[in-house]
Design a protein around this ligand. Structure first.
Ligand code: PMP
Ligand code: GLN
Length: 386
């Protein structure tokens, strides 16, 4: 292998899903739901396929979807954007993240992020020739993940171009608090840098979370410097559709589109009208979606605790992390590679999402976006470990 991608092997999700298929294990590794999204959305996609929406959509996305994205941001988060100039529809959040970084960074620029981070962040930063400056999230005395203010301040410097923030956070299930976000916003303003926020789990903050979801873009001085990214995949249980978006001030959205036109140009023609329908569903859909995931989180957490894991609190997302130390584990990668043979379950080691891998060597991640019977079967198998 040559070039910038040399340090990047096969993603852990591909490795672990292949291991699950090969061994017939229950796959609680890769985060994808095992049931379909809202029927209104599926029907709208089928109708669009039949009625000729099968050619290139406009670069920024079809007008109906851009309008729905703006209306959704206004309804849930009180943000106001112009659908004509401040929205870019992308091939999933993944393309939005890549195009944001490629569009905003010069080689050598620094990107402040939090580790563990979603794996595409490191790859997109590397593709841009930029440098990541990770700040470590560590489990605190109450079990929840936090970071050191001094470490965050020290990560900012003259080469900082942007902060890449994911809240609610994969893999930890952390939801950043108002105080933490105020600090991040203050540092962005002081250093005059951009923010790119990955909010794909915006609708998955559970009712027992100590903090609601707060978009960084809504903080003072942030609307004009933030690209806010989300995706239909998580909220509407259609991870294979890869319909995402970025909203932000027109110059930043233009930077995203400048890159996108040479990555994919456009995507998902017949799925775009269907996602517009989904975004306009009543609040009851979003409440029911969250309640369903919260119940499944509780079910999995109970099963993991029974099996002997030390489970860390998860306030949101599809995921919960667990400490393998009580089960005699010391290295999450080894533990996850052996787990299928030991009990027929697949999880993901979170140490691969750190630059400072020693910080996460004893932690693994389980996905609970699965049917109850699947979670129960995983729990039954995991109990045989004890
Ligand atoms: N960001 C985070 C934090 C994720 O967990 C994921 C995985 N779904 C993505 C981005 C990618 O989203 P998409 O599938 O829409 O590209
Ligand atoms: N976002 C999903 C996860 O974190 C997987 C995405 C992928 O496989 N690239 O598990």
């Amino acid at each position: 292998l040559v070039g910038r991608m040399r340090p990047f092997g096969t993603t852990i999700f591909t490795e672990m899903s292949a291991l699950a298929a090969r061994t017939g294990s229950v796959n609680l590794g890769q985060g994808f739901p095992d049931t379909d999204g809202p029927p209104e959305m599926l029907a709208a996609a089928a109708e669009a396929l039949r009625s000729g929406a099968n050619q290139y959509p406009p670069l920024a996305g079809i007008p109906a979807l851009r309008a729905a994205i703006v209306a959704h941001e206004q309804r849930f988060w009180g943000l106001s954007r112009d659908p004509d100039t401040e929205v870019a529809v992308t091939a999933g959040a993944t393309e939005a993240i890549a195009a944001s970084i490629l569009g905003l960074c010069e080689p050598g620029d620094e990107v402040v992020c939090f580790e563990p981070y979603y794996d595409s962040y490191a790859a997109s930063i590397a593709l841009a020739g930029a440098v990541r400056r990770p700040v470590t999230l560590r489990p605190g005395p109450d079990g929840g993940y936090g970071f050191d203010e001094g470490e965050l301040r020290a990560a900012f410097g003259p080469r900082t171009r942007l902060v890449l923030l994911n809240t609610p956070h994969n893999p930890t299930g952390k939801v950043f608090t108002a105080e933490e976000l105020a600090l991040i916003a203050r540092l962005c303003r002081e250093h005059d840098v951009y923010a790119v926020t990955d909010e794909v789990y915006e609708h998955l903050v559970f009712t027992d979370s100590s903090t609601p979801h707060i978009p960084l873009a809504g903080l003072p001085g942030m609307l004009e410097r933030t690209l806010r990214i989300s995706s239909a995949g998580k909220t509407f249980s259609c991870t294979g559709w890869k319909v995402g978006w970025a909203t932000g001030p027109a110059p930043l959205v233009s930077a995203v589109l400048r890159v996108k036109q040479f990555l994919t140009f456009v995507n998902a023609g017949p799925l775009q009208p269907a996602v517009a329908v989904a975004l306009e569903l009543p609040d009851s859909y979003f409440d029911g979606f969250r309640a369903g995931l919260q119940a499944r989180r509780d079910r999995l957490v109970a099963g993991l605790s029974d099996a002997g894991f030390k489970v860390l609190p998860s306030a949101g997302t599809y995921f919960v992390t667990a400490d393998i130390t009580p089960l005699g584990g010391t290295d999450g990668v080894d533990f996850c590679r052996e787990l299928p043979a030991r009990c027929g379950v697949v999880a993901v080691p979170t140490q691969v999402f750190y630059d400072h891998q020693e910080q996460g060597h004893h932690l693994i991640r389980f996905a609970f976006c699965k049917r109850e019977e699947v979670i129960d079967e995983a729990a039954r198998r995991l109990r045989t470990l004890a």
